[in-house]
Structures are given as C-alpha cells and as structure tokens.
Design a protein around this ligand. Structure first.
Ligand code: HEM
Ligand code: SF4
Ligand code: SF4
Length: 521
C-alpha cells in the first residue's frame, strides 16, 4: 500500500510546490499545521469558555447568545474553535498517511508512531465532548449514542445512558464533568504531543509565518461567511430525528447505531492493535548504528548538532585526550542515515598518511569505502564533460543515470557526503562536474539531510565546501523520486554549460581540528 500512496503524495506535493514554493508547501508542514491549529483551538476555547454556562438549560442559551448577539467576536471565536478542530483532524490524517507512505514509522521511529495513537483518541474525546456541550439535537444524538456504546462495556455500575432517558434525569453536575473532560483532554493531548516529538531533534512544530498567517486568514474568512451554528435545542422528552453530522469527528457514529457493540468494540480494538503494531509488521531491517572512533574524535560537537534524531550526545572525555568532550551514539535512536559522518571534520578523503577512519561513521558504509567507491567511478580523462552524480537511496535511483559520460554513487542520505569529497573528486580528475541530488526540498526522508547539504555547499554551515571549488562545476538538484525525467533534463543542461577547465590542483588540505582554521571544511 505504501508505494501507490507515496506516489500520490509526491504528485500532490509537486503541484503544491509550484503553488506555494517548497518552504510553504502545506504537505511538508502537516505536523506543524496540526500544532498551529491546536493553539487556535486553545485560544478560541478560552474565550468561548468565558461566555459558556454549564447548566442543562443555560448551556444552549449561552451558546446562542455568542452566535447571534455577539456574532462579531464570540461568534467568530466559536467558529474558529470548530473549524480549527476539524482542521486538526484533517492535518493529522494526512500527516499519518504521509509518514506511513514514506516508511517513516518503523525502526527507531516506532516511538513517534506509537505515541501518536493515544493522541488520536484524545483528539476525538475533545471533539466529541465539545459537540456534547452545545446541548442541541446533535448533542442529544451524540450523548445517547456515546453512552449506549460505552454501556456495552462492563465498566459502569449503573448504565450511564439512563441519564438521557427523560429531561428530569439529567442534572447540571453532568455538564460540569463534561466541561472538566473537555478541558483536561486537550492538556493531556499536549503532553502526549510533547512525548511524540521527544526523539525528534529540532521538530518542525511551527509552520513558516506566511503559511500560518494564510491558514489563519482562511479560517477567519470561513468563520465569517459560514459561522458555526447550533441545531434545535435538545429535548430528552422526544427522540432525535435527522441531525447534521460533523464528519471529521462524528463520521463513524452511524456505524455505532447500525452495528452491535461486540462488532464496533471488537473492530476498534483489532484495528487499534494492528495500527500500533504496524512498525513491527514487518520490522525494519536497519543497518548498524553510527560508531564513534575516539582516536579521531576531537569533540567538536558538529555531529551532535547535525543529527536529526538526537541520537548523539556530547559527554565528558573518557580517554584522557586533551579535549573536553567526546561524541556518544545512542544506538536505540540512530536510524543509520550517516549525516553525522558528513558533518565530521575528520571524514576527509585527502587523508593518506593514516588509515581513513573518521571520528564517526556508519560501520556498514564507511568513509574509506566511500572514497574507494568514488575513485571507482572515475571515467576516462579523454571523455568529454564527465559528470559524477551523487544521490541518496530515497531519491531518484541514480544508478539508472550511469553511462559512459556519467558516474554514479548513492548514499543512505545526501547529508552523509562530507563536502571535501567534492573537492577531492574534482582535484583528482575523477569528474569535470558534480551533481548532488536527494529528496525534494522540504521533503527530506531524514528531515535535515537536504538542508544541511545546501548550507554546507553555500558555505553557511560547517563543514564548508572549500572556497577553491568553482560553483559552476557543482549542481544541486532536489527532486521527488518520481521525477527522474526532470533530474535528467537538469543534468543535461548542466553538462552543456559546464566549462572546459583543467582539474583543480591536488593539494592535500590539512585535517582540521576545532581550533584550527578550517581549510576544506
Ligand atoms: C495532532 C496530532 C499530531 C501532531 C500535531 C503531530 C506533529 C508532529 C510533528 C511536528 C512532527 C515532526 C515533523 C518533523 O519535524 O519532521 C511529527 C512527526 C511524526 N509523527 Fe506526528 N503529530 C500528530 C499525530 C501523529 C499520529 C497520530 C501519528 C501516527 C500514529 C504520528 C506519527 C508521526 C511520525 C511517525 C513522525 C516522524 C518522526 C520521525 O521523523 O522520526 N503523528 N509529528
Ligand atoms: S547515522 Fe544519522 S541518526 Fe545515527 S547518529 Fe548519525 S546522524 Fe544520527
Ligand atoms: S563531528 Fe567528528 S570530531 Fe566532531 S564530535 Fe562528532 S565525531 Fe567527534
């Protein structure tokens, strides 16, 4: 199921890239938009609460007052509260589908996946109790259906559906309990979301300002042209006829009326178990975690700063070397993306005097092997305008671009490439031009690989691309996996414009330490 879904997402993301640009693409910001809408719900909820009366007869009237008398403020707040809540469900569903389609839920990512599901349950508790509080016909329907459904479980001494059999059986205390649940659930939800992001370093939990303003204005316009309203007041003396449902939160309610409790509870428990267990069905066969070599680690902290999964901590030195810190990898958090190796100043292919072992690297894809693979891609110097295309295992399969003019190399993530390899390839006449490609901008499988690579090549983030590398010999192309044709076109245009220049001098830059002025890093 993953591949077709992934394809659909990539087509949609590509279309939205054109409309919004990669940075503002809503499909790249689904989790962040979920958070943003949470804050809108929280702020509007506080305002609405000021007007809400928790009595059985007063609740409906107080909400009517907001909608009709103070429509310009309390009414708008009520609408924002409702539409932002629907938006949260919308973004959450897309977010789950996107993480699933990109296979970002197995291996060490099981934690975000598993902690996401209780958040779903709590979000629904918030939404359902919210509709209940309005105490209109829809609330009556929700109250009766929910309590009858809950009564199927042998957890209450007295059936709670009895409270709704006649008007005199319902008292104000019930509303007080509901308000308590409606306020406590979002607070617990926030705690769960914090846990959800606990293993993600620098999570994108705030959308870019433009996207935030745009989506808020959209909600505001919707609230003004189609304000949220109540249905007729609840009347427990009469059975509820037809009600309009909010399909985001209550779409499954008709099934609760149609199917017996054993089927709905059994079905939900089975589906819940399957969804929670999905990261192990089947488990991800992950490569070995990154390994630190203390003899080559000077404690510069770059690997820890660049790791997108907070898998590296800098700890007090244990080997007596004259450095304050050393890098320590937590194997349970490492996804073997190799970005840390790309950040390490000691991962330089120019090193010849000693064995090429950097401070940190992947045991299954060492930096020494990478240099060998790079050298193996050297094409005949007589070949015209030779290119070396370095890609990532999650982007376009670069092996399909290999021909007599083009060498190719694929890495677990493009962020694993130390910039010194580009200098090395050009100065050792391995190629005339280098193409770096990986996931589309804003959609990096390893979250930060593309951003760090762009910043390193722009000489804005350590390790920098050495200044002597001419920019015109380097092409960066960020495309979706399905955009092989576009990548090919960009490569051919680049080849056409490539200057016929001699290779760079093969001077060996010094291996930098933190205190040393970086040469190629
Ligand atoms: C309203 C609810 C939710 C919000 C606000 C939310 C928010 C986020 C955010 C901000 C991120 C980090 C994105 C990044 O920086 O790359 C994230 C990651 C993730 N979320 Fe959610 N999330 C929600 C619900 C869920 C649910 C229900 C699931 C699945 C059951 C889920 C699964 C994941 C996974 C697998 C990741 C990826 C972690 C990684 O890349 O290692 N989320 N979420
Ligand atoms: S391989 Fe990736 S996840 Fe593992 S420590 Fe290095 S940067 Fe972090
Ligand atoms: S980047 Fe390399 S040298 Fe710096 S702390 Fe990490 S392993 Fe050590």
């Amino acid at each position: 199921m993953r591949e077709p879904l992934r394809y659909i997402f990539q087509v949609a993301e590509n279309a939205l890239d054109r409309a919004f640009g990669p940075a503002w693409n809503p499909l790249h910001q689904l989790g962040a938009l979920g958070f943003f809408f949470y804050w809108i719900v929280a702020a509007s909820g506080i305002y609405v609460y000021l007007f809400f009366d928790t009595g059985v007869t007063e609740a409906y009237a107080s909400i009517e007052y907001m909608t009709n008398e103070q429509w310009y403020l309390a009414g708008v707040m009520r609408s924002l509260h409702r539409y932002a809540s629907d938006g949260m469900v919308f973004f959450m569903v897309l977010h789950v589908l996107r993480e699933f389609s990109n296979d970002r839920y197995r291996g060490t990512r099981w934690f975000s996946w598993v902690t996401g599901w209780p958040a779903v349950v709590l979000l629904f508790v918030c939404g359902i109790t919210g509709y209940w509080l309005v105490w209109d016909q829809l609330a009556q329907y929700v109250a009766i259906t929910s309590t009858e459904w809950l009564d199927w479980l042998p957890i209450f001494g007295e059936p709670i559906a009895r409270n709704f059999m006649a008007p005199e059986m319902l008292d104000d205390r019930f509303f007080t309990v509901l308000v308590f649940i409606h306020i406590a659930a979002p607070l617990i939800l926030l705690l769960l979301l914090w846990l959800h992001l606990n293993r993600v370093s620098r999570p994108r939990s705030n959308p870019p300002r433009g996207l935030a303003i745009g989506s808020f204005v959209m909600l505001l316009v919707l609230s003004l042209i189609k304000p949220a309203t109540s249905q007729a007041p609840a009347d427990l003396a009469q059975a509820v006829g037809g009600v309009g449902l909010d399909w985001f939160y209550l779409g499954f309610y008709p099934l609760l009326n149609q199917w017996p409790g054993a089927v709905t509870w059994g079905g939900m428990a089975t589906l819940g178990l399957i969804l929670v267990a999905l990261p192990w069905l089947p488990p991800l066969r992950q490569s070995a975690a990154a390994r630190v070599d203390l003899d080559n680690c000077n404690g510069c902290t770059r690997c820890a700063e660049d790791c997108p999964y907070a898998a590296i901590s800098m700890q007090r030195r244990t080997d007596g070397k004259p450095f304050e810190l050393e890098a320590v990898v937590n194997g349970d958090l490492c996804v073997s993306c190799g970005i840390c190796a790309g950040a390490c100043p000691t991962a330089t292919p120019f090193r010849r005097k000693s064995e090429l072992v950097p401070g940190i690297e992947l045991p299954d894809r060492t930096i020494a092997e990478l240099r060998d693979d790079l050298e193996a891609q050297a094409l005949e110097p007589t070949t015209h305008k030779r290119l070396l295309v370095i890609g990532c295992d999650h982007g376009v399969d670069v092996a399909t671009l290999h021909d007599c003019q083009t060498g190719t190399l694929s890495l677990p993530c493009i962020g694993m490439l130390p910039p010194s390899f580009i200098d090395y390839a050009l100065s050792h006449d391995i190629a005339d031009g280098i193409v770096l490609t990986g996931c589309a901008d804003g959609a990096c499988q390893h979250r930060s690989g593309v951003d760090w690579t762009k910043a390193r090549m722009a000489r804005e983030r350590d390790p920098y691309l050495r200044r002597r590398v001419p920019k015109e010999r380097l092409l960066l192309s960020w495309v979706y996996k399905s955009q092989q044709a576009r990548l090919k076109r960009e490569i051919e245009t680049f080849r056409d414009t490539l200057p016929q220049t001699p290779p760079l001098e093969t001077t060996t830059p010094s291996t930098s330490k933190r205190s040393v002025e970086p040469s190629h890093v």
